[in-house]
Structure formats: C-alpha cells, structure tokens
Design a protein around this ligand. Structure first.
Ligand code: 8GT
Length: 256
C-alpha cells in the first residue's frame, strides 16, 4: 500500500488556545479546518517537515515540537500516516500569517466555533480537551480541569469519562464522553483497542521504561501516565518528550 506521511502541528498561544487553518481552494477538502502541516518530503523526518511547513504556511519558527499522536487514515485519494506534534506557547516565535490563502482561527480546545472540520481529525479535536494534569486514584477516580475519569460505580454525569481495565466490557447502560482503559504492559495495550484514551499504570521503573518505549513507537490515542509523585518527577520529562499527553499523579491515601 502506498502511504503518504504527513506532519501536522497543534500550535498553542499563551491563552491556551490552538490554531486551526482552513484548507485553501484547489486542494482536496478545500475549506475544511485542520492543523497546519503537510506532506513529509523525501529525506525529511516528520519533525523537519513540520518546521518547514510552519515556516512556509504561517511564517512561524518552531523552537521545540513535542511528538503527540499518530493516525493512519484512508482517504479516497490516498492513505495518510499523520504525525501530530504539539508546539506549546513559548516554544515558537513569529506572528502566524496566512501565507497560502488559508483562513486562521485560534480556538479553545473542546469549544470549537469553526466548521466544517476535517473528518479525520474528530478524535484528535476531542483529545485536545483532555487536560495535561490529573490527580486521584483508580478507586475514587482521577480529576483534571473540567474533566473527570471515574470507575463505573461512580459514573453519574454524561460528561464523565469511564475508567475500565483492558478486558472489562463497557456496561451497556453507560454512555461516557470517553472510554479510558487502564493498562500496564504491551499485552494489555493490545487488548485495549476500543479505548479513546489510555491510563498507563506504572508501579516502578520497569513500567516507567516500558511506557517510554511504547510512546517512542508512537500512539494513536492520548496516554496519561498513572504513577506516584516520585516516579512522575523522575520520568515526566522523558515521557512528555516522547509523546505523553498527561500526568495522572497517584494520590497518597489509596493503595489501588
Ligand atoms: N495539514 C494537515 N493535513 C491533514 C490533517 N488531517 C488529515 O487527515 N490531513 C490529511 O493529510 C494530507 C496532507 O496533505 P496536504 O495536501 O495538506 O499536504 P501539502 O500541503 O504538502 O500538499 P501539496 O503537496 O498538495 O501542496 C491531506 O490528505 C489531508 O487531508 C491535518 O490536521 N493537517
């Protein structure tokens, strides 16, 4: 199969908004909103392609980009392997300028006002609303800004995300905003193919290192590392560099 590699970036401003751009006239899906980026050229890494596309399309110079999710999507015209990056405020400079006739809009993650969005990006746009810091435990749930992930017995609101083990069926009466599965190794990861997001439970150094290896291979859904504060302090930077979405710091009082 012929696969086109594409690099795209989620650019953040100081207010925490993300930049979307519309596809210019003449391209497939003209007028649809997407993240700035484009095809990876021969001899380039995805990150190099991202830097080039951001300079060409937006006049933005990227200082540091963090790997995020990877998606494979089959379009009528091509199958694309998308490499998404996040570029946080402070990690870029320049004034984003539409250099290719596109429209630009800063948007609050989860409260988008532009449309239509590129259909392939739906899960990604939802993933951006997942906060980057959680705290709590598996038994009582994990809490982040405007977001909570709870086990079935605590599920009470339509905007709750549901926390389940890798092999527990979703209770049919529940319709969570997202399904999070708890995994601790590659075998459980392989079972969790229906998850919208993953909570990687790292109990010690071995678990922390295997999470790092999984992230380096590339992940297609947001991953939060569930670990005690000491492990989060020790591995947090390396995990985030490799594509971790969030840290879920295990609170002291529990032991599950
Ligand atoms: N830039 C970008 N492309 C995306 C995103 N999501 C997604 O499915 N794609 C797909 O990835 C492909 C990117 O190709 P492109 O046409 O933007 O790349 P390009 O600027 O290098 O195109 P060109 O060679 O026609 O000038 C398209 O099929 C596009 O639909 C996204 O968020 N951003």
């Amino acid at each position: 199969m012929n696969i086109t590699h594409v690099a795209a970036g989620v650019l953040y401003n100081a207010a925490g908004e993300v930049l979307l751009s519309s596809r210019p006239a003449g391209k497939a899906y003209a007028g649809y909103w997407e993240f700035a980026g484009g095809k990876v050229e021969a001899g380039e890494t995805p990150e190099q392609a991202l830097r080039r596309e951001f300079a060409e399309e937006l006049g933005v110079h990227i200082v540091r980009a963090r790997a995020w999710l990877q998606k494979i999507h089959a379009y009528e015209h091509a199958t694309v392997h998308l490499h998404f990056f996040r570029v946080f405020s402070g990690d870029w400079h320049g004034e984003p300028t539409a250099k290719e006739g596109q429209d630009l809009a800063w948007q609050r993650a989860g409260a988008y006002s532009v449309s239509p969005m590129l259909p392939a990006n739906a899960a990604l746009l939802e993933a951006l609303a997942v906060p980057e810091i959680f705290s709590g435990c598996l038994k009582h749930g994990l809490h982040g800004e405007n977001y909570r992930i709870v086990p079935p017995n605590l599920f009470s609101r339509a905007d709750d995300a549901l926390l389940l083990d890798a092999d527990t069926p979703v209770p049919c009466k529940l319709t969570p905003r997202a399904l999070w599965r708890v995994v601790a190794n590659r075998a459980e990861l392989a079972q969790a193919h229906d998850a919208d997001a993953l909570l990687w439970r790292a109990d010690g150094e071995a678990g922390a290192l295997s999470l790092l290896a999984v992230l380096k291979d590339g992940v297609s859904v947001p991953v939060a590392a569930y670990a005690n504060k000491a492990l989060c302090d020790r591995f947090g930077g390396a995990w985030q560099e490799a594509g971790l979405h969030a840290l879920a710091v295990q609170t002291e009082r529990q032991n599950v």
